[in-house]
Design a protein around this ligand. Structure first.
Ligand SMILES: [Zn+2]
Length: 51
């Protein structure tokens, strides 16, 4: 499901889907809320387009 945007400090993309494996692998220490001015993760983009 779609969730509030979040990103990892050490990544160039942000995530907004709770089913994203990449997003779920972000270590808590690197996790931060918002887009960070980054581009959307391609996995999340694909998940968001599914119903
Ligand atoms: Zn993602």
């Amino acid at each position: 499901m779609k969730v509030s945007s979040y990103n990892a400090k050490n990544s160039n993309v942000y995530h907004n889907n709770s089913n994203c494996t990449e997003g779920n692998n972000i270590e808590r220490v690197n996790l931060q809320q918002g887009t960070g001015g980054k581009r959307l993760c391609h996995r999340c983009a694909g998940l968001n387009s599914k119903k």
